[in-house]
Design a protein around this ligand. Sequence first.
Ligand code: G1P
Length: 271
Amino acid sequence: MIKQAIIPLAGQGTRLLPLTSIFAKELLPINGKPGIEYILDECIEAGIKEIIFIISKKKQLIKKYFYNDSFYKKIIKTKKDKRIKYEYEKIKKFKKMIKFVYQNKPMGTGDAVLKTKKFIKDKFFLMLLPDDLIIKRNCSKDMILVHKKYNCSVMASMNVKRNTVKRWGIYSKEKKINKNNFFIKDVVEKPEIKYAPSNSAVIGRYILSKDIFKKLNNQKKGKGGEIHITDSIKRLIESGHKIIGHNFSGKYLDCGTMKGYIKSSMEISKL
Ligand code: G1P
């Protein structure tokens, strides 16, 4: 069973400036609800029991959002508003599940994952990148089913336009398992078009084995001077680990860019 999920939240959100100049992008509302709550709902529905948030000192607002008890208690006492009570109960439920760890320097997703090393209890854990919302289908739940069947790591995959490969981690495929799943031969972080092995991109849902920490411990900086999880996954495959790429059903919404963020509210309002 996969019981723990980690969520890197220390990113600066530069693609969403000016909205993120003093605010955390994961708290920005998407159709009236903070983006992070969609991610938490996905985790809970997929059976996750503990969630580790990797934040930074600059993103303390995220912790405050879940620790504002005295404010809620005061309001509920004076207002007796059912809706507020319901929202507070929901936040309390989330808070019970969340642990916070810190990544104070923006050194990349791989570095963020490494910060959770001593908290991971089981052999496998789930990671969700909060910029990537997937609606209409619980991608984490589907990936956990694939993991259960093959007992290996699983990563979400989606076909993208060839001229956008430079924006993503890109897979090279080893062998098709069935319509929605394939074994990964290799993965490259944000390749130039001419070096891209396919147009299948990594989307932000990963079921990773604890073995990833051995690679992250000595992972060299990659593209843009950051420690990329993709580079450690690549080395894990090279040392014989089986990893499955899962073509998820459901609709992908890119909430990390301004255009995508605006579109995501519209898409969710149609549900
Ligand atoms: C990260 C990963 C990349 C992946 C992408 C999915 O990139 O490094 O491999 O394709 O998420 O959203 P970022 O969005 O942090 O630039």
